[in-house]
Design a protein around this ligand. Sequence first.
Ligand SMILES: C[S@@+](CC[C@H](N)C(=O)[O-])C[C@H]1O[C@@H](n2cnc3c(N)ncnc32)[C@H](O)[C@@H]1O
Length: 171
Amino acid sequence: MIKLSYDIKNYRKDLTDLINPNDTVIELGCHVGGTTKLFSKQCKVVAVDNSPEAVEIMNNLDDVLFISGDVRLHDVLAEVFKIIQKCDVLAIDLGGGYHPDTVFKVFYIWSSTFKPKHTVIRNRGILEFFNSASGSDEDYQTAEGYLESYHDSGIPPQIKEFDLWTPSLDK
Ligand SMILES: C[S@@+](CC[C@H](N)C(=O)[O-])C[C@H]1O[C@@H](n2cnc3c(N)ncnc32)[C@H](O)[C@@H]1O
């Protein structure tokens, strides 16, 4: 299942509804763990954020493996992949108003790699698009937390578009 929201209360509720005890959760954009703490006691959690504010607080959270890094970077994805190769739930909150194109790309790459049962995304632009678009009769959908149209070829290669589309990205 893929769940979309903008209101952080809905994002947190979607996650707590979908997460089961002992699940493996990857959380992208954990900040200082406001959401992480809701499930970290019962799950294995790998949390990633690039904010300096997150480092000390997240490193002191029990039961959470925190990685300080930019989730757009291939090296950060590869670092997490060395630790776990699959997750049950992928949570993505890079900021509700964050560029929807980037969030979609992060969703696409991370979900294709870790094949979650569920993905929960907090992003206003993606939600607005979803609520406003109407499709044709072609029945393409997924019950999983990743897109079926991704052809299974392992960890995706470096995405050059990240360099092209996000000029502020430092390497
Ligand atoms: C709204 S906050 C997340 C709030 C958190 N999910 C919660 O429930 O308390 C968004 C977070 O995404 C992080 N972020 C934004 N872009 C990122 C990126 N490219 N890589 C890693 N973290 C990013 C920011 O540093 C920030 O901490």
